[in-house]
Design a protein around this ligand. Structure first.
Ligand code: NAP
Length: 267
């Protein structure tokens, strides 16, 4: 509760900074709102008193959104016509993109979706896009041993890198939050999940922690046109995640671990 009150205070103060008023703005649009990360973000936004619109597909299961004070836009992110309608009908203060593809889905979704989102966000004069991405994308690719990364993840990471570039080239104020391992929804953050500009920072993070960090970046000039890595160094790992660091040794270059073992180089 405390974290959510703090976020509300931040959002209100930054709104004052921007000179925006609730009456004249279209609030926050959440993409991927029916997903596991998206729902956590929506809950935090609603609790902070934000005006929230969620994008759902005609086929989306809305059960998790039931009872939340949100309005709906129906459409497919990959449909240019749908997104034109969604983005040009309302002047969103911010758009949060927590959408994603399941493992068996088209992993080039990220560049395809961002092409549509960025185009219409620019046309609709969106104030800020917060994009949830992946560690290993863009300028963090150097630290991955790509030949050891499963094919679908390799494709998805490369696509997320392209998505970052598309967003950065759009002219819309952006915040990119990369994560490496997203923990199951049942796992709660330690309270010390953090964003860092250190591109060598790797680890796991929970979806509730990511939602809190997303709230902290909303309308926050310190996050404008920035790329962060999100990690929760103190979260309790259980089940198959207990051996996560062993697996990291096969997919991350040795210098990532050297940096990790040398705290002064971390931030
Ligand atoms: N899992 C990990 O370890 C991991 C690691 C790093 C980064 N990430 C990234 O973190 C983000 C969130 O992951 P998550 O596991 O919480 O997501 P998720 O539960 O799989 O949710 C995906 C969301 O995207 C929506 N979506 C997919 N395609 C769409 C389309 N064409 N149009 C509209 N909506 C669409 C889905 O809507 P429907 O309800 O209609 O299906 C759903 O709301 C993703 O970008 C993911 O790649 C995940």
């Amino acid at each position: 509760m405390l974290k959510r009150r703090a976020s509300l205070a931040l959002a209100l103060s930054v709104m004052a900074f921007n000179g925006a008023t609730r009456a004249e703005d279209g609030g926050i649009l959440v993409l991927g709102a029916t997903g596991q990360l998206g729902i956590e973000i929506v809950k935090d936004l609603v609790e902070a008193g934000e005006k929230v619109k969620v994008l759902v597909r005609p086929t989306s299961n809305r059960d998790k959104l039931a009872g939340l004070d949100v309005t709906y836009a129906v459409g497919d992110i990959l449909s240019d016509a749908d997104m034109e309608k969604v983005f040009t009908s309302t002047p969103y203060r911010a758009v949060i993109d927590a959408s994603g593809q399941p493992n068996g889905g088209d992993q080039t979704y990220y560049e395809k979706s961002q092409r549509v989102i960025s185009k219409w966000a620019a046309a609709g004069k969106v104030g800020q896009i917060i994009l949830h991405g992946a560690t290993g994308a863009g300028d963090s690719a150097h630290m991955m041993i790509m030949e050891n990364v499963p094919e679908y993840q390799r494709v998805s990471i490369a696509s997320k890198g392209k998505a970052e570039d598309i967003l950065k080239g759009s002219g819309v104020t952006y915040t990119i939050i990369r994560h490496l391992t997203l923990l199951p929804i049942e796992t709660k953050e330690s309270g010390r999940a953090r964003l860092t500009t250190n591109q060598m920072a790797v680890g796991a993070v929970t979806r509730d922690g990511l939602a809190r960090l997303t709230m902290g970046c909303l309308h926050n000039p310190a996050c404008f046109n920035m790329t962060f890595h999100a990690v929760d160094d103190d979260v309790t790992l259980s089940g198959r995640y207990e051996t996560m660091w062993t697996r990291y040794r096969t997919v991350l270059k040795p210098y990532v671990f050297e940096a990790r073992d040398t705290p002064q180089r971390m931030d």
